[in-house]
Design a protein around this ligand. Structure first.
Ligand code: NAD
Length: 333
Protein backbone atom coordinates (compact mmCIF):
# COMPACT_ATOMS: atom_id res chain seq x y z
CA UNK A 1 0.00 0.00 0.00
CA UNK A 2 1.25 3.54 -0.83
CA UNK A 3 2.61 5.32 2.24
CA UNK A 4 2.05 9.06 2.65
CA UNK A 5 3.31 11.18 5.54
CA UNK A 6 0.48 12.94 7.36
CA UNK A 7 1.23 15.95 9.57
CA UNK A 8 -1.95 16.82 11.52
CA UNK A 9 -0.51 20.18 12.70
CA UNK A 10 -2.26 22.06 15.50
CA UNK A 11 -5.24 24.42 16.02
CA UNK A 12 -7.86 23.28 13.49
CA UNK A 13 -5.24 21.06 11.79
CA UNK A 14 -6.22 17.74 13.43
CA UNK A 15 -9.96 18.49 12.85
CA UNK A 16 -9.58 19.14 9.11
CA UNK A 17 -7.02 16.39 8.42
CA UNK A 18 -9.26 13.85 10.25
CA UNK A 19 -12.16 14.87 8.03
CA UNK A 20 -9.97 14.26 4.97
CA UNK A 21 -8.88 10.86 6.26
CA UNK A 22 -12.48 9.75 6.90
CA UNK A 23 -13.59 10.79 3.42
CA UNK A 24 -10.60 9.12 1.75
CA UNK A 25 -11.29 5.90 3.68
CA UNK A 26 -14.96 5.93 2.66
CA UNK A 27 -13.92 6.48 -0.97
CA UNK A 28 -11.70 3.39 -0.84
CA UNK A 29 -8.38 5.23 -1.14
CA UNK A 30 -5.54 2.78 -0.54
CA UNK A 31 -3.09 4.88 1.45
CA UNK A 32 -1.25 4.02 4.63
CA UNK A 33 -0.87 7.28 6.56
CA UNK A 34 2.43 7.61 8.36
CA UNK A 35 1.47 10.12 11.04
CA UNK A 36 4.16 12.47 12.30
CA UNK A 37 3.73 15.92 13.80
CA UNK A 38 5.79 19.08 14.29
CA UNK A 39 5.57 22.39 16.13
CA UNK A 40 4.46 23.19 19.64
CA UNK A 41 2.72 19.79 19.96
CA UNK A 42 5.91 17.76 19.44
CA UNK A 43 7.98 20.26 21.43
CA UNK A 44 5.79 19.50 24.44
CA UNK A 45 5.60 15.74 23.82
CA UNK A 46 8.97 14.85 22.31
CA UNK A 47 11.13 17.87 23.13
CA UNK A 48 11.65 18.74 19.44
CA UNK A 49 9.94 21.21 17.10
CA UNK A 50 10.72 19.10 14.04
CA UNK A 51 11.40 15.50 15.04
CA UNK A 52 13.97 13.61 12.94
CA UNK A 53 11.34 10.88 12.44
CA UNK A 54 9.18 13.40 10.53
CA UNK A 55 12.05 14.39 8.24
CA UNK A 56 12.91 10.70 7.68
CA UNK A 57 9.30 9.86 6.87
CA UNK A 58 8.99 12.64 4.25
CA UNK A 59 12.41 11.77 2.82
CA UNK A 60 11.33 8.15 2.39
CA UNK A 61 7.74 8.64 1.17
CA UNK A 62 8.42 11.73 -1.01
CA UNK A 63 4.77 12.73 -0.59
CA UNK A 64 3.25 14.38 2.48
CA UNK A 65 0.12 16.27 3.45
CA UNK A 66 -0.09 18.62 6.37
CA UNK A 67 -2.51 20.57 8.50
CA UNK A 68 -1.55 24.11 9.57
CA UNK A 69 1.08 24.71 12.24
CA UNK A 70 1.03 27.73 14.56
CA UNK A 71 4.00 30.12 14.48
CA UNK A 72 4.41 32.51 17.42
CA UNK A 73 3.92 36.10 16.26
CA UNK A 74 6.78 38.60 16.72
CA UNK A 75 8.81 36.20 18.87
CA UNK A 76 9.69 32.54 19.41
CA UNK A 77 10.73 29.84 16.98
CA UNK A 78 11.11 30.13 13.23
CA UNK A 79 8.09 28.97 11.24
CA UNK A 80 8.00 25.18 10.91
CA UNK A 81 6.38 25.61 7.50
CA UNK A 82 9.31 27.67 6.25
CA UNK A 83 11.81 25.25 7.78
CA UNK A 84 10.17 22.26 6.03
CA UNK A 85 10.03 24.15 2.71
CA UNK A 86 13.70 25.08 2.97
CA UNK A 87 14.85 21.67 4.24
CA UNK A 88 13.31 19.81 1.28
CA UNK A 89 13.90 22.70 -1.15
CA UNK A 90 10.18 22.93 -1.92
CA UNK A 91 10.74 26.00 -4.03
CA UNK A 92 7.39 26.16 -5.75
CA UNK A 93 4.08 26.81 -4.01
CA UNK A 94 1.18 26.18 -6.40
CA UNK A 95 -2.22 27.50 -5.33
CA UNK A 96 -5.21 27.18 -7.70
CA UNK A 97 -8.03 29.67 -7.08
CA UNK A 98 -11.34 28.87 -8.79
CA UNK A 99 -14.93 30.01 -8.36
CA UNK A 100 -17.00 27.15 -7.00
CA UNK A 101 -20.55 26.55 -8.16
CA UNK A 102 -22.91 27.19 -5.26
CA UNK A 103 -20.55 29.46 -3.32
CA UNK A 104 -21.74 33.01 -3.84
CA UNK A 105 -19.17 35.78 -3.97
CA UNK A 106 -18.95 39.02 -5.97
CA UNK A 107 -17.19 37.13 -8.75
CA UNK A 108 -18.40 34.10 -10.69
CA UNK A 109 -15.69 33.32 -13.15
CA UNK A 110 -12.36 33.31 -11.34
CA UNK A 111 -9.94 30.64 -12.51
CA UNK A 112 -6.32 31.49 -11.78
CA UNK A 113 -3.25 29.85 -10.28
CA UNK A 114 -0.74 31.53 -8.00
CA UNK A 115 2.78 30.16 -8.29
CA UNK A 116 4.78 31.54 -5.41
CA UNK A 117 8.53 31.25 -4.89
CA UNK A 118 8.73 29.42 -1.58
CA UNK A 119 12.28 29.52 -0.21
CA UNK A 120 13.79 32.97 -0.84
CA UNK A 121 12.94 36.67 -0.57
CA UNK A 122 11.92 38.09 2.78
CA UNK A 123 11.42 34.52 4.06
CA UNK A 124 15.12 33.64 3.74
CA UNK A 125 15.43 34.00 7.51
CA UNK A 126 18.09 36.73 7.27
CA UNK A 127 17.11 39.10 10.08
CA UNK A 128 19.43 41.14 12.29
CA UNK A 129 18.60 43.26 15.33
CA UNK A 130 21.07 45.99 16.26
CA UNK A 131 20.43 46.57 19.97
CA UNK A 132 22.63 49.66 20.08
CA UNK A 133 20.98 51.46 17.16
CA UNK A 134 17.57 49.85 17.73
CA UNK A 135 17.37 48.84 14.06
CA UNK A 136 15.88 45.67 12.58
CA UNK A 137 17.17 44.55 9.17
CA UNK A 138 15.13 41.94 7.33
CA UNK A 139 17.06 40.94 4.25
CA UNK A 140 15.20 39.89 1.14
CA UNK A 141 17.59 37.64 -0.78
CA UNK A 142 16.64 36.85 -4.37
CA UNK A 143 18.85 34.65 -6.54
CA UNK A 144 19.01 34.37 -10.32
CA UNK A 145 18.64 30.58 -9.98
CA UNK A 146 15.64 30.96 -7.67
CA UNK A 147 13.91 33.39 -10.03
CA UNK A 148 14.57 31.28 -13.10
CA UNK A 149 13.35 28.02 -11.61
CA UNK A 150 10.09 29.50 -10.29
CA UNK A 151 9.39 31.29 -13.57
CA UNK A 152 10.15 28.06 -15.46
CA UNK A 153 7.77 26.21 -13.15
CA UNK A 154 5.02 28.70 -14.04
CA UNK A 155 5.58 28.27 -17.78
CA UNK A 156 5.75 24.49 -17.52
CA UNK A 157 2.55 24.50 -15.46
CA UNK A 158 0.89 26.70 -18.09
CA UNK A 159 1.87 24.39 -20.91
CA UNK A 160 0.93 21.19 -19.05
CA UNK A 161 -2.46 22.59 -18.05
CA UNK A 162 -3.26 24.28 -21.38
CA UNK A 163 -3.19 27.74 -19.90
CA UNK A 164 -2.43 30.76 -22.01
CA UNK A 165 -0.76 33.48 -20.00
CA UNK A 166 1.78 33.96 -17.23
CA UNK A 167 1.83 37.28 -15.36
CA UNK A 168 4.99 38.14 -13.41
CA UNK A 169 4.22 40.19 -10.29
CA UNK A 170 7.02 42.32 -8.80
CA UNK A 171 7.97 45.72 -7.38
CA UNK A 172 10.78 46.49 -9.82
CA UNK A 173 10.04 50.24 -9.78
CA UNK A 174 11.33 50.42 -6.17
CA UNK A 175 13.27 47.19 -5.62
CA UNK A 176 15.45 47.80 -8.66
CA UNK A 177 17.89 44.89 -8.22
CA UNK A 178 15.53 42.18 -6.99
CA UNK A 179 12.80 43.26 -9.40
CA UNK A 180 15.17 43.36 -12.36
CA UNK A 181 16.49 39.87 -11.54
CA UNK A 182 12.95 38.51 -11.47
CA UNK A 183 11.96 40.27 -14.70
CA UNK A 184 15.16 39.11 -16.40
CA UNK A 185 14.23 35.53 -15.53
CA UNK A 186 10.91 36.09 -17.28
CA UNK A 187 12.63 37.48 -20.36
CA UNK A 188 15.03 34.51 -20.57
CA UNK A 189 12.65 31.65 -19.75
CA UNK A 190 9.70 32.89 -21.81
CA UNK A 191 11.79 32.42 -24.99
CA UNK A 192 11.53 28.66 -24.44
CA UNK A 193 7.72 28.86 -24.31
CA UNK A 194 6.55 30.78 -27.39
CA UNK A 195 3.10 29.17 -27.03
CA UNK A 196 2.50 30.94 -23.67
CA UNK A 197 1.97 34.70 -23.40
CA UNK A 198 3.81 36.66 -20.74
CA UNK A 199 3.20 40.04 -19.16
CA UNK A 200 4.02 41.68 -15.85
CA UNK A 201 2.41 43.93 -13.24
CA UNK A 202 3.58 45.87 -10.20
CA UNK A 203 2.21 44.27 -7.01
CA UNK A 204 0.07 47.25 -5.93
CA UNK A 205 -1.58 47.50 -9.34
CA UNK A 206 -2.09 43.72 -9.27
CA UNK A 207 -3.96 43.94 -5.93
CA UNK A 208 -6.29 46.60 -7.32
CA UNK A 209 -6.97 44.63 -10.51
CA UNK A 210 -7.55 41.39 -8.60
CA UNK A 211 -10.28 42.89 -6.43
CA UNK A 212 -12.00 44.45 -9.46
CA UNK A 213 -11.40 42.12 -12.43
CA UNK A 214 -9.99 38.80 -11.16
CA UNK A 215 -11.48 36.86 -14.12
CA UNK A 216 -8.87 38.28 -16.45
CA UNK A 217 -5.89 36.56 -14.79
CA UNK A 218 -4.57 33.13 -15.64
CA UNK A 219 -1.23 32.22 -14.00
CA UNK A 220 0.45 34.59 -11.57
CA UNK A 221 4.08 33.96 -10.69
CA UNK A 222 5.72 35.98 -7.96
CA UNK A 223 8.23 36.14 -5.12
CA UNK A 224 7.63 34.75 -1.64
CA UNK A 225 6.02 37.61 0.32
CA UNK A 226 3.88 38.89 -2.56
CA UNK A 227 2.71 35.32 -3.22
CA UNK A 228 1.81 34.80 0.42
CA UNK A 229 -0.31 37.95 0.52
CA UNK A 230 -1.93 37.39 -2.89
CA UNK A 231 -2.87 33.84 -1.85
CA UNK A 232 -5.09 35.01 1.01
CA UNK A 233 -6.45 37.88 -1.08
CA UNK A 234 -7.40 35.50 -3.91
CA UNK A 235 -8.87 32.95 -1.50
CA UNK A 236 -11.22 35.76 -0.41
CA UNK A 237 -12.39 36.25 -4.00
CA UNK A 238 -13.83 32.74 -4.24
CA UNK A 239 -15.21 32.09 -0.75
CA UNK A 240 -12.42 32.41 1.80
CA UNK A 241 -9.54 30.54 3.37
CA UNK A 242 -11.65 27.48 4.10
CA UNK A 243 -11.50 26.41 0.45
CA UNK A 244 -8.03 27.36 -0.86
CA UNK A 245 -5.64 24.44 -1.41
CA UNK A 246 -1.99 24.18 -2.38
CA UNK A 247 1.17 22.18 -3.02
CA UNK A 248 4.72 22.89 -1.93
CA UNK A 249 6.67 21.26 -4.72
CA UNK A 250 10.36 20.45 -5.02
CA UNK A 251 12.28 18.28 -7.45
CA UNK A 252 11.81 15.18 -5.29
CA UNK A 253 9.29 15.89 -2.56
CA UNK A 254 5.73 17.23 -2.71
CA UNK A 255 4.07 18.56 0.46
CA UNK A 256 0.35 19.29 0.13
CA UNK A 257 -1.39 21.77 2.43
CA UNK A 258 -4.21 24.26 2.67
CA UNK A 259 -3.47 27.98 2.33
CA UNK A 260 -5.03 28.75 5.72
CA UNK A 261 -3.38 28.75 9.12
CA UNK A 262 -4.27 27.08 12.42
CA UNK A 263 -7.25 29.44 13.00
CA UNK A 264 -6.91 29.69 16.80
CA UNK A 265 -10.19 31.66 16.95
CA UNK A 266 -12.21 28.57 15.96
CA UNK A 267 -9.90 25.69 16.96
CA UNK A 268 -11.60 22.96 19.00
CA UNK A 269 -15.11 24.22 18.20
CA UNK A 270 -15.76 21.60 15.52
CA UNK A 271 -16.80 24.22 12.95
CA UNK A 272 -13.71 24.48 10.71
CA UNK A 273 -14.20 24.00 7.00
CA UNK A 274 -12.09 21.02 5.84
CA UNK A 275 -12.55 21.77 2.11
CA UNK A 276 -9.07 23.26 1.61
CA UNK A 277 -7.29 20.24 3.04
CA UNK A 278 -9.62 17.85 1.17
CA UNK A 279 -8.84 19.74 -2.07
CA UNK A 280 -5.12 19.51 -1.24
CA UNK A 281 -5.63 15.76 -0.71
CA UNK A 282 -7.36 15.49 -4.09
CA UNK A 283 -4.33 17.18 -5.69
CA UNK A 284 -2.13 14.70 -3.83
CA UNK A 285 -4.14 11.75 -5.22
CA UNK A 286 -3.65 13.07 -8.77
CA UNK A 287 0.07 13.50 -8.06
CA UNK A 288 0.39 9.79 -7.15
CA UNK A 289 -1.72 8.68 -10.11
CA UNK A 290 -4.97 7.96 -8.23
CA UNK A 291 -7.10 9.99 -10.63
CA UNK A 292 -10.25 7.88 -10.37
CA UNK A 293 -10.50 8.23 -6.60
CA UNK A 294 -9.62 11.92 -6.93
CA UNK A 295 -12.52 12.41 -9.39
CA UNK A 296 -14.91 10.53 -7.12
CA UNK A 297 -14.08 12.62 -4.03
CA UNK A 298 -14.03 15.82 -6.07
CA UNK A 299 -17.56 15.19 -7.39
CA UNK A 300 -18.88 14.42 -3.90
CA UNK A 301 -17.27 17.59 -2.53
CA UNK A 302 -18.65 19.70 -5.40
CA UNK A 303 -22.15 18.31 -4.86
CA UNK A 304 -21.99 19.02 -1.11
CA UNK A 305 -20.78 22.59 -1.65
CA UNK A 306 -23.74 23.31 -3.94
CA UNK A 307 -26.14 23.02 -1.01
CA UNK A 308 -25.46 25.90 1.37
CA UNK A 309 -27.32 24.18 4.22
CA UNK A 310 -24.73 21.39 4.13
CA UNK A 311 -21.77 23.80 4.35
CA UNK A 312 -19.86 25.12 7.34
CA UNK A 313 -20.43 28.60 8.79
CA UNK A 314 -17.66 30.34 6.81
CA UNK A 315 -19.63 29.51 3.64
CA UNK A 316 -22.96 30.65 5.07
CA UNK A 317 -24.16 27.22 6.24
CA UNK A 318 -24.78 25.76 9.68
CA UNK A 319 -23.03 22.38 9.43
CA UNK A 320 -20.28 21.34 11.80
CA UNK A 321 -17.05 19.87 10.43
CA UNK A 322 -18.40 16.39 11.25
CA UNK A 323 -21.77 16.97 9.54
CA UNK A 324 -20.12 18.44 6.44
CA UNK A 325 -17.78 15.42 6.31
CA UNK A 326 -20.74 13.03 6.52
CA UNK A 327 -22.59 14.86 3.73
CA UNK A 328 -19.54 14.39 1.50
CA UNK A 329 -19.33 10.70 2.43
CA UNK A 330 -23.05 10.27 1.60
CA UNK A 331 -22.47 11.98 -1.74
CA UNK A 332 -19.65 9.60 -2.67
CA UNK A 333 -22.18 7.12 -4.06
P1 NAD B 1 -5.60 31.75 9.68
O1 NAD B 1 -5.54 31.35 8.25
O2 NAD B 1 -5.35 30.68 10.67
O3 NAD B 1 -7.06 32.37 9.98
C1 NAD B 1 -7.53 33.56 9.37
C2 NAD B 1 -9.07 33.61 9.47
O4 NAD B 1 -9.63 32.63 8.59
C3 NAD B 1 -9.58 33.26 10.88
O5 NAD B 1 -10.70 34.05 11.17
C4 NAD B 1 -9.99 31.80 10.77
O6 NAD B 1 -11.01 31.40 11.64
C5 NAD B 1 -10.44 31.70 9.31
N1 NAD B 1 -10.18 30.35 8.79
C6 NAD B 1 -8.97 29.84 8.43
N2 NAD B 1 -9.11 28.58 8.03
C7 NAD B 1 -10.41 28.27 8.13
C8 NAD B 1 -11.17 27.09 7.87
N3 NAD B 1 -10.60 25.96 7.42
N4 NAD B 1 -12.51 27.10 8.11
C9 NAD B 1 -13.09 28.22 8.55
N5 NAD B 1 -12.45 29.38 8.81
C10 NAD B 1 -11.10 29.39 8.62
O7 NAD B 1 -4.59 32.96 9.87
P2 NAD B 1 -4.03 33.63 11.21
O8 NAD B 1 -5.09 33.66 12.24
O9 NAD B 1 -3.42 34.87 10.75
O10 NAD B 1 -2.86 32.66 11.66
C11 NAD B 1 -2.99 31.71 12.74
C12 NAD B 1 -1.71 30.89 12.88
O11 NAD B 1 -1.54 30.04 11.73
C13 NAD B 1 -0.42 31.73 12.95
O12 NAD B 1 0.41 31.15 13.94
C14 NAD B 1 0.22 31.58 11.58
O13 NAD B 1 1.62 31.69 11.63
C15 NAD B 1 -0.21 30.16 11.23
N6 NAD B 1 -0.23 29.88 9.78
C16 NAD B 1 0.16 28.64 9.41
C17 NAD B 1 0.11 28.30 8.07
C18 NAD B 1 0.55 26.91 7.69
O14 NAD B 1 0.72 26.05 8.54
N7 NAD B 1 0.75 26.65 6.42
C19 NAD B 1 -0.37 29.20 7.12
C20 NAD B 1 -0.81 30.46 7.55
C21 NAD B 1 -0.74 30.79 8.89
Amino acid sequence: MRKVTLIPGDGIGPEVTNAMKEIFKAAGVQIEWEEENAGITTLEQQGELIPQSLLDSIEKNKVAIKGPITTPIGKGFKSINIQLRQHFDLFSNIRPIKSIKGIETRFTNVDLVIIRENTEGLYSGLEVWDEHLQIADSISRITRLGCERIVREAFEYARANKRKRVTLVHKANILKLAGATFLKAGEVISKEFPDVLMDDLIIDNMCMQLVTKPEKFDIIVTTNLFGDILSDLCAGLVGGLGIAAGINMGKEVALFEAVHGSAPDIAGKGIANPTAVIESGIMMLRHIGEDKRADKISLALEKTLQNKQQCTGDLGGKATTKEFTNYIINNLN
